[in-house]
Design a protein around this ligand. Structure first.
Ligand code: NAP
Ligand code: G4F
Length: 327
């Protein structure tokens, strides 16, 4: 019989890649989607007819209990969250409720309805915050945003439920991963989209915040494979997932503009309004445990990732009717 996977956050970047991956593995895929006045299934519309969509929200335990009763999942991937770091300062309560306590609500539903199901929690390198890199599973957390603090709660409640109730619950501490499906507010996509618009004559400037921040950027399609691998192990363990290679925002901008033959200095300016109250300056993974125990390796490097994203945005904008490329 096909395994049944319940994915929260299926409409997000990672949810869409994970759903494709699980369908290719022969899973029956169920996705939890929250109610909204406009339907936002854009990232999964190409596979919508192969997925069962359930209505539910991480803020509402009842809806989670109902979803678990309906699905009786073998595997649960908790990807839903308020995931944009700057919003966590403007909406700290919501972020705490969804990104922090939401994890506990999913674990409660799992514990009561499907205690044998395997559980994956989408933890984040943002939890390391100020801790010096390379960061590994043993690096202490020092979060720098309400989002990072909420993720630390999600991480430890996952560990705690594993130890308290014997659940197969794991936390994947993933470093930044991107794709052409990344939200426009994140820096990689903001840059790839702006580069494409400038190249096509639809814009002539790009304002950014902290150009010195260093990140370990990988491709989302590679990272969903690591999530699945974590749930196929004999023992539930937590893993750091990243490429081990670091670049700063300036490198990213130079590469993206360079790909279309433009000099970034003519278009990019720094806007202090985009600086964060406290930023994370230095993230780079030590992914040796994921490599040795999961056999996981990224297949797309930073240069190929940014080329892919710029090309995708150029393709999308060229396909739009004239004048529509200015969003
Ligand atoms: P994303 O594109 O922002 O997707 C977030 C998903 O969560 C969306 O489907 C969203 O639904 C859903 N969601 C938000 N609040 C919800 C709620 N209250 N109830 C139910 N669903 C809710 O994020 P992503 O990049 O795919 O990331 C997936 C997960 O990995 C997140 O937990 C994120 O924090 C974590 N993470 C991401 C990265 C990264 O670099 N991408 C790195 C480490 C960890 P709507 O479509 O309705 O908004
Ligand atoms: O792309 P970002 O917004 O990603 P950030 O804050 O690292 O968070 C992402 O990765 C986390 C994993 O570490 C996830 F948990 C989280 O959900 C999310 O997916 O910003 C990256 C860096 C920051 O240092 C930021 O200050 O880019 C810098 N930056 C500079 N100018 C900018 C901009 N970021 C954004 N979003 N927009 C700018 O204009």
């Amino acid at each position: 019989m096909a395994k049944r996977a319940l994915v929260t956050g299926i409409t997000g970047q990672d949810g869409s890649y994970l759903a494709e991956f699980l369908l290719a593995k022969g899973y029956e895929v169920f996705g939890l989607v929250r109610r909204s006045s406009t339907v936002s299934l854009e990232r999964i519309e190409h596979i919508e007819d192969q997925i069962t969509i359930l209505s539910g929200d991480l803020l509402d335990l009842n809806s989670l209990l109902t979803a678990f009763e309906q699905v009786q999942p073998d595997e649960v991937y908790n990807l839903a969250a308020q995931s944009f770091v700057p919003t966590s300062w403007t909406q700290p309560v919501l972020t705490g409720e969804a990104t922090g306590l939401g994890v506990m609500r999913v674990l409660e539903a799992l514990r009561h309805v499907s205690p044998k199901a395997r559980f994956y929690q989408a933890s984040s390198s943002e939890m390391f915050g100020k801790a010096k890199g390379p960061q590994s599973e043993t690096t202490p957390f020092y979060p720098r945003s309400p989002y990072g603090v909420a993720k630390v709660y999600g991480h430890w409640i996952t560990v705690n439920y594993r130890e308290s109730y014997g659940l197969f619950a794991v936390s994947g501490i993933l470093f930044n991963h991107e794709s052409p499906r990344r939200g426009l507010e994140f820096v990689t996509r903001k840059v790839s989209h702006a580069v494409a618009r400038i190249k096509l004559g639809l814009a002539d400037e790009l304002r950014l915040g902290n150009l010195d921040a260093r990140r370990d950027w990988g491709f989302a399609g590679d990272y969903v494979r690591a999530m699945w691998l974590m749930l196929q192990q004999d023992e539930p363990r937590d893993y750091v997932v990243g490429t081990g290679v670091q670049h700063n925002v300036r490198d990213l901008v130079e590469l993206a503009f360079g790909h279309v033959g433009l000099d970034w200095r003519s278009y990019v300016s720094q806007d202090d309004r985009l600086l964060r109250p406290a930023d994370v300056e230095d993230l780079v993974a030590d992914p040796s445990k994921a490599r040795s125990e999961l056999g996981w390796e990224p297949e797309v490097d930073f240069e190929a990732l940014m080329r892919m994203m710029v090309e995708a945005d150029l393709g999308r904008l060229r396909a739009e009717p004239e004048g529509q490329g200015s969003s």
